[in-house]
Every structure is written in C-alpha cells, then in structure tokens.
Design a protein around this ligand. Structure first.
Ligand code: ADP
Length: 348
C-alpha cells in the first residue's frame, strides 16, 4: 500500500474532463479538494467555491516532475485519474507518478492500448465488434480509431482498402499519426451508441450501475440535419469529436444484462490486471436492433458522461436514495475504506 496518512486526506485531480464533478462530490463528503490547474484555465476554475486549493501549472506535464509529486504527497492527496490523464501521458509515465491513485493505475495501460483493450473485453466474454488487423481485409463498413482516449477526434469510417489509405494519408498530413500502424480498425456496428456507467466496490464485492448517457459528437450527429442529396454534394466525411453528453434511461428489461456485463468485466479485470477495477468504469457500445449490446470500448476510470448526474441519476437514486454523483461515490468509497483501514483495497 502507498504511504498515506489517514487523517486530513485531500482529493486531487487534473482541471479538465470531470474535475468539477469529482471535487464537488469530494466536498459533499467533507474532504478538502485540490485542483491541478493549467494557468490558462484559472479563470474558469476560480469560480467554484468547492475547490479549496488550486495548484497552478504551465502544463499538466509538470505532474511528471518529482518535486511537484512530492508537493502533492505532502498535501496528503489521493489523486483521481480521468480521461485527460490518459490523453496527456503515456502508460509508462502514469505508472511512475509517485502519488496514491484512486483505482488501479495499471489497468489504464489496458485502456490506452487498443490491442490490450480488446484482449480484456474478449476475456470478459463481452460481445465485441470484429477487429480488422489487415487493411486488405476491409470488406464492410469499419471505423478507424487512434490509440488512447482521443475522444473520437480523427476517427473515420472506411469501406475498403482505398478509402482506408485515403483517410490515413489525411491523418498523416495533419500530423495526427506518423503511420498507419498508429490506428485500429474495427467493424462499424449499426444501432444506437450507449455508454454504461458502473462503480465496483471491492468492499462489498458489488457492481453498481450508476447511469447511462449517449454522446453528442461533431459532426456525425449533425449529418442528419442535412438532406441526403446535399450530403453527397458536399462530400461529408464525419468525425466523432465529443462535444457533450445526453442523459439516457434504458428499457428496464435491458438492466439484467447490463449488470451481468459489468460483473463479467470486473471478474476478467481481476484475473488479467490485479487488483482489478475498484471504482468507476464504463462499457461503451452499440445496442443493435434486437437489443444486443456490442461493446466497442471500455474506460477503466470515471467517464465524462457521468457529469450529467451531479445530482445523481435515476439509477443512483434507486440504489442510494440520495443524490449520488460518480464523484461523490468515489469520495464515499474513500471515506469508508479509510475508516475501516482498507485504503489498500482501492489505491495503487
Ligand atoms: P474514444 O475512446 O476516443 O472515446 P470511442 O471508441 O468511444 O472513442 O469512439 C468514439 C465514437 O465513435 C463513439 O461514441 C461512437 O459514436 C463511435 N464508434 C466507436 N466504435 C464504433 C463501432 N465499432 N461501431 C459504431 N460506432 C462506433
């Protein structure tokens, strides 16, 4: 277990992604809160009174500097990882940061690397889209993705080798990738995309389904606003850049399977990447027309879609009977494990 004092814990995160929700939840559970904030964003974050301490940095890169890490440790902080950490740093760097992390920092490598990601989803026996390793095998609509948590930026659809080569050329010219080896090709699943938010508590060995969202992505979600004939004229090539999130409730008959998928994922994570997945995670996929969920992705930490539910979601309300955001759920887990001397179960 990492060396951490049990009194006066402070909850800390990077100023981006879901930091407001995380720190609001921590404050609701009476923790002190600390934000690592890039100077350019200070004017935004200074507005929020639940942020007790702001550590200003020129860029998040500073998190990798030893003196900065020592400063965070001295403050007795528990660091909450989110998508910006994954998009800002390599898995090697993340593993080296000498500050106690909430959750399993080693599983973040499995999120960032699409091959490892696929391995974990297959091990969990989730339905997954076909992965295409050789561009010559593209024989249907596929989606081409970058590694890491790119938030859909730069993704494009292809239907044969030529369209793939064309798209790759554009990404190389834009400087987004250096070669076609930097992408992952996956069968495009038809249906509706849904993001399922879970929390796993190792204390009671329970998976909690906390909520769901759909993403609002530019410009793919704008295409339907243009008549189809004109879509052809302007030759639109949609991309999947996340702009925001839209709340969603599921048909109640789908919930049983939602729980089963979450439990399968937790079991596989424990086996492949000890200590598994304490804390929040998200299964991301498409419900097909027969109501089957095909998981195209997971996030092994809190997702920004949970920002919708600062006051709790319909599902968290039914589980907890009080306003329970994902940020607050994290803080609750820290509070309880700390009082039971079991922080080692939730920190790495
Ligand atoms: P990121 O990991 O960067 O957040 P995702 O893998 O979640 O990106 O994909 C971004 C978006 O691309 C999704 O919200 C969804 O709209 C679309 N998408 C991803 N994979 C598929 C797929 N296999 N079939 C259909 N749509 C997909």
């Amino acid at each position: 277990m990492r060396n951490i004092k049990l009194k006066n814990l402070e909850i800390c995160t990077l100023g981006s992604h879901c930091s407001l929700q995380v720190l609001k939840g921590a404050k609701d559970e009476n923790f002190s809160t600390c934000l690592i904030c890039e100077k350019k964003r200070y004017d935004l974050y200074k507005r929020y009174s639940f942020i007790d301490r702001i550590l200003l940095v020129d860029s998040f890169e500073q998190m990798l500097e030893k003196p900065f890490q020592q400063r965070i440790k001295k403050l007795n902080c528990i660091f909450i990882p989110h998508g910006t950490l994954i998009s800002s740093f390599s898995p090697d760097d993340i593993e080296k940061i000498d500050v106690p992390f909430f959750g399993n920092r080693y599983i973040l490598r499995w999120e960032a690397d699409r091959i490892l990601k696929e391995k974990l989803m297959v091990a969990a026996k989730l339905n997954v889209p076909r992965a295409i390793r050789d561009k010559n095998d593209i024989d249907r609509l596929c989606i081409v993705k970058l590694h890491g948590a790119a938030g859909g930026r730069g993704y494009f659809t292809v239907w044969d080798r030529n369209s793939f080569d064309e798209g790759i050329k554009k990404l190389i010219n834009l400087g987004s990738i250096s070669s076609e080896k930097d992408v992952y090709i996956q069968e495009y699943v038809h249906g509706v995309p849904v993001f399922l938010h879970y929390f796993y508590s190792p204390l009671c060995n329970e998976v909690e389904f906390m909520g769901a969202d759909r993403r609002y992505e530019s410009d793919v979600d704008g295409i339907a606003r243009i008549p189809s004939k004109q879509q052809l004229n302007v030759n639109i090539e949609p991309t999947y850049n996340v702009i925001g999130n839209i709340p969603l409730v599921l048909r109640e008959s789908l919930l049983e399977e939602v729980y089963k998928m979450g439990e399968k994922f937790v079991r596989a994570a424990k086996k492949l990447v000890p200590p598994g997945i304490p804390g929040p995670f998200c299964l991301e996929g498409v419900y097909t027309k027969d109501g089957t969920f095909i998981t195209f992705e997971f996030s092994a930490r809190i997702v920004a879609g949970t920002n919708l539910y600062v006051n709790g979601s319909p599902y968290s309300e039914m589980l907890f009977g009080k306003e329970m955001s994902m940020g607050r759920r994290i803080a609750t887990e820290i509070r309880i494990t700390n009082s039971n001397n079991q922080l080692n179960k939730i920190l790495t």
